[in-house]
Design a binder for this molecule. Structure first.
Ligand SMILES: [Zn+2]
Length: 449
């Protein structure tokens, strides 16, 4: 199941968040972090014992039961100036049986020309067997030829692809320097942190709101082949504690999307309009003739005609970035919604009482009232949407949908969520109580450029 591709604004948002987090590291360090799997100290292979992989905090729990284990496995390497025939002989195979096995090998390789160092695994399947009934010849990195003795006594050979084993890894971390560094501190592939910022991109502005002392914990799929990690799967469940405000996400496997444990989408859709009863009097127009200035002046927002005093709602949750009188715009409120989107509300008659720079607003919260302050022909709201600092036409942007899970899936999802949340690791011990208290005053964190 692939992680679904989200609509482009979200990709942009999450990419920005990840890229910004990288900013505190040097390129060299980042390259090293991404230099293949596993990250140092996290995985051990070869032992075949899941419990032995990694320190306690990153312990692996096998989920997928494997086929019944063979009685014993022995590993052999074809020595220089030797042959597979010799190896088979050493394993106790008689001449006729060796010939059958070598003949089955011929479609893949010449039995006399195998490279020195070629690995052969021999499987004694049952305790009472006198010799192997299965052989795996590792011709190269990607090719395993599996020989199996049939009940008829014949040997067959086929290409063998080892099954992937799914394990769940769990990690938790505390932000001390940067979010990015907290992954390294937890011994976790930083790639997983960028996925975390994707999941919570609409709850947390990872560009600006990450605080020292923020905590996160998650479970993520890892796929193993023959005991070796081959790739990451999906984050199963995650929590991000942003300055004491805990956000929770659980993957709905059938949807390939993340929801709160109650089945609500983590993606927040903007309201279609900042006014409850909107009448657009002037749309977004890059080539408009300005009614007052009488010059060609693009109209980079939408005008809503409404009576003075009509309440104006925040179209999305966010932080007040600006709330003051501003020249021709008159009384203006600017909201930052995440690292990509901001909205701007102009010509207000007055501000809502609790709207000040830095204060948080919820989607739909009243932030002010329609007026005609600044340069305005009459009472109206001039509304702008900016993406990455550029004006965009709010009616032309495909903003993400945020539908909750369909009701008929809710019961089964709640069961999935309950189990997934119970499997989250404990929060990392902070040791950061003091740091958290002073984090807003410190000057060495999260000032990513
Ligand atoms: Zn306007």
């Amino acid at each position: 199941m692939r992680h679904p591709r989200l609509t482009s604004p979200i990709i942009l948002a999450s990419f920005t968040a990840a890229a910004i987090s990288v900013g505190v590291l040097t390129v060299r360090q980042v390259t090293k972090f991404f230099d293949g799997l596993p990250p140092p100290g996290t995985f051990q292979d070869g032992a075949g014992d899941p419990a032995a992989a990694g320190p306690p905090r990153t312990a692996m729990n096998p989920l997928t039961p494997l086929a019944p284990p063979p009685h014993s496995i022995s590993e052999h390497v074809i020595a220089k100036n030797s042959t597979i025939a010799r190896t088979l002989q050493n394993l106790g195979f008689l001449a006729t049986e060796r010939a059958t096995i070598l003949s089955a090998l011929k479609p893949w390789a010449s039995p006399t020309r195998l490279a020195a160092g070629t690995q052969l695994k021999a499987y004694i399947l049952n305790a009472e067997d006198a010799y192997p009934r299965r052989l795996d010849l590792h011709l190269d990195k990607n090719t395993i030829v599996r020989f199996s003795k049939q009940s008829s006594g014949n040997w067959t050979a086929s290409n063998y692809e080892p099954p992937l084993e799914r394990r769940i890894a769990s990690y938790s971390g505390v932000v001390n320097g940067s979010l990015w560094n907290s992954a390294a501190g937890a011994g976790m592939d930083p790639q997983i942190i960028s996925r975390l910022t994707e999941i919570f991109g609409w709850q947390v502005d990872f560009h600006r709101e990450v605080q020292r002392g923020d905590r996160w914990r998650l479970t993520v799929e890892r796929f193993y082949s023959e005991g070796k990690p081959v790739r990451l799967g999906e984050i199963i469940a995650a929590e991000y504690d942003n300055d004491g405000n805990i956000n929770t996400a659980v993957l709905a496997p059938d949807e390939g999307q993340y929801y709160t444990p109650e089945g609500n989408s983590l993606r927040r859709m903007f309201l279609r309009s900042p006014l409850r009863f909107a009448r657009i009097t002037s749309g977004f127009n890059a080539h408009r003739f300005h009614p007052i200035l009488h010059i060609a002046k693009p109209h980079l927002g939408i005008d809503y005609g409404a009576a003075t005093g009509t309440p104006i709602m925040a179209v999305g949750a966010g932080t007040v970035a600006f709330a003051a009188y501003h020249g021709a715009s008159g009384n203006t409120v600017t909201l930052r919604h995440n690292s990509v989107y901001s909205t701007h509300y102009k010509h207000l008659s007055r501000f809502a009482a609790d709207v000040h720079p830095g204060s948080r607003v919820k989607m739909g919260q009243i932030i002010g009232y329609v007026g005609r302050t600044g340069l305005a022909t009459g009472p109206h709201l001039h509304f702008e949407l900016h993406a990455n600092g550029r004006y965009v036409d709010p009616s032309g942007v495909r903003l993400p949908t945020a539908d909750p899970l369909p009701a008929k899936q809710l019961a089964s999802f709640k069961a999935v969520a309950s189990k997934a949340l119970s499997e989250l690791p404990p929060w990392s011990a902070g040791m950061l109580t003091d740091a958290r208290r002073t984090s807003r005053d410190s000057d060495d964190e999260e000032k990513t450029q």
